[in-house]
Design a protein around this ligand. Structure first.
Ligand code: ATP
Ligand code: ZN
Length: 300
């Protein structure tokens, strides 16, 4: 299978921590797709889009070189590749389309628990093992610390115990891996999430339109995830108080209730979490039949 110029080319991670969330997001945006087993390219059936399944490390470069139109990758990888390319004088431009709500993690320096550590200057003259030598090097330089980095593609957290380094700089989400390896987090150097990026050169009008449509849908999916649809019955006398309690709800719909003079129905979209406490307070004010429903899609 080959990729065609008349179709939007998107690079995503083949298998790893971002694959399922990215595929899920694209499916929610209406792309008809099934994850291929061993295929590199997949043609989306209901839209002129081709998906390219690659390693996350390759995605920023494919976008910067214009091999694909857009890519979904961790900002940590995007920034690392950007710094690496800038250092080497290679093309390092891209457009940030959207910061996404998954793949949240941080890049942190960790030090053996039993060793004394007071400040970042304690790293002077030390060796740090990391998958991100450019981000780590830039941070250390910014802090005025002269330290060495050694690049490891995996198992960074065992490097100090294996005698390969004094400290590490690695991706952390909960910190359990660090703890299990006798390391303490001493400095966060970068906070990351997945991002959607676009190649620097102009896209054809049709392809750009498709990207714009996809981004509107991505925004809609992300908004819908945070929002809930609330329906309830409320006494007319408490209407304003109850509406004020609905989190982030603007312009609720107020409907008459058949056969009831003093009650109305309220329908509203809440843009924040609806807590049990809020529902209990509404009930205490005379509200009833309180329903909180998930929203699948939102537009406009
Ligand atoms: P590949 O085989 O594609 O090279 P990989 O092993 O390098 O994969 P993954 O571990 O799948 O990469 O991580 C991909 C991205 O997911 C990371 O670059 C980071 O942005 C994000 N990530 C990493 N660890 C976590 C985590 N614990 N929680 C959330 N997101 C994470
Ligand atoms: Zn990788």
């Amino acid at each position: 299978m080959i990729m065609s110029d008349s179709r939007l080319k998107i690079a995503i991670q083949k298998s790893g921590r971002l694959s399922d969330a990215t595929l899920d997001l694209l499916k929610k945006c209406g792309l008809n797709l099934n994850k291929p087993k061993d295929r590199l390219i997949m043609h989306v059936k209901n839209m002129p889009i081709d998906l390219l399944f690659v390693r996350d490390d390759d995605i920023p470069g494919l976008v910067m070189d214009g091999v694909v139109d857009i890519g979904f990758a961790g900002d940590n990888i995007v920034q690392e590749v950007k710094l690496k390319r800038q250092t080497r004088g290679e093309v390092a431009e891209f457009n940030l389309l959207k910061q996404l709500d998954y793949g949240n993690c941080r890049l942190s320096i960790a030090f053996p628990e039993e060793k004394q550590y007071e400040s970042i200057s304690d790293l002077g003259g030390k060796t740090l093992a990391t998958t991100y030598p450019y981000l780590t090097g830039a941070y250390l330089k910014g802090q005025g610390v002269k330290a060495k980095t050694v690049q490891l593609k995996g198992s960074v957290e065992v490097a100090p115990r294996a005698g390969l380094s004094d400290a590490i700089c690695d991706i952390v989400s909960t910190g359990t891996t660090l703890e299990a390896n006798g390391l303490k987090e001493v400095a966060t150097i970068f906070r990351s999430s997945a991002v959607a990026i676009q190649k620097p050169d102009l896209l054809s009008q049709d392809i750009q339109k498709l990207v714009d449509r996809l981004m509107v849908r991505i925004n809609g999916v992300m908004q819908a995830k945070e929002s809930k649809y609330i329906m309830l019955h409320a006494p007319k006398t408490q209407l304003d108080t109850i509406v004020d309690l609905l989190p982030g709800a603007e312009k609720p719909t107020i409907l008459p209730l058949a056969g009831s003079e003093d009650m109305v129905a309220i329908h509203a979209v809440a843009t924040e979490t609806v807590f049990w406490e809020t529902m209990e307070r509404i009930k205490a004010l005379g509200g009833s039949s309180i329903l909180v429903l998930p929203i699948e899609k939102m537009l406009g």
